[in-house]
Design a protein around this ligand. Structure first.
Ligand SMILES: [Zn+2]
Ligand SMILES: [Zn+2]
Length: 155
C-alpha cells in the first residue's frame, strides 16, 4: 500500500483555496482527518475533529465532507452494506477490495494502469471516463480460523 504523507496544515489550506473553497478551521480539521486516515467513516472523522478542535455536529461533518467531495478533494466510497468511507486519494481511478467478514477496505490500483480500466461490452453511447469496481473477499486476518477465534475470545 502506498504510504500517504500527511500534509502540513499550510498544504491543506492551499488545497482548499486551490479548489475554490474558503479556508475554515472545520474544513482544515476534516481534511486533515481524512488525509491521515484510510477510508474513514464520517463518524470516525467526527471523532477525530472533536478531539482536535472541539464540538462539531455529525451533520456539520457530513456537510463539510460533501463540500470537499464536490470540490474533488475527497472521494466518497460506499461499499454495499457499509457506511460511506472518505479518502483523499482522488482522480486515479483506483478500486477497493472489501472484506465480507470484518469490513476492512484496502486500495487496489487500476486494473490496467489507466482509467477506465474496464470497458463495457456496450456502453450505450456513453463516453466512459471512470470504472468503480469493488472486489469482495476475506482479508488475511479473516482467512485464518485461529486468528478469528482469538478475536472471538477477546470480545
Ligand atoms: Zn476481514
Ligand atoms: Zn481508496
Amino acid at each position: 500500500m502506498p504510504a500517504v504523507t500527511p500534509l502540513p496544515p499550510a498544504g491543506l489550506a492551499a488545497l482548499l483555496r486551490g479548489a475554490g473553497l474558503r479556508v475554515t478551521a472545520t474544513r482544515l480539521a476534516v481534511l486533515a482527518e481524512v488525509t491521515e486516515g484510510e477510508h474513514m467513516t464520517a463518524d470516525q472523522v467526527a471523532l477525530g475533529v472533536r478531539t482536535g478542535i472541539g464540538t462539531i455536529s455529525t451533520q456539520g461533518v457530513y456537510d463539510v465532507l460533501g463540500a470537499l467531495a464536490r470540490a474533488g478533494l475527497v472521494r466518497r466510497v460506499e461499499p454495499a452494506g457499509s457506511a460511506a468511507r472518505y479518502e483523499t486519494r482522488v482522480a486515479d481511478n483506483h478500486h477497493h477490495v472489501v472484506c465480507r467478514s470484518c469490513g476492512a477496505i484496502t486500495d487496489v490500483d487500476c486494473v490496467v494502469g489507466e482509467p477506465p480500466c474496464l470497458s463495457p461490452a456496450d456502453a450505450g453511447g456513453f463516453v466512459i471516463d471512470e470504472a468503480e469496481v469493488t472486489f469482495w473477499g476475506l482479508c488475511p486476518a479473516c482467512q485464518t480460523p485461529s486468528t478469528s477465534d482469538e478475536k472471538e475470545r477477546a470480545r
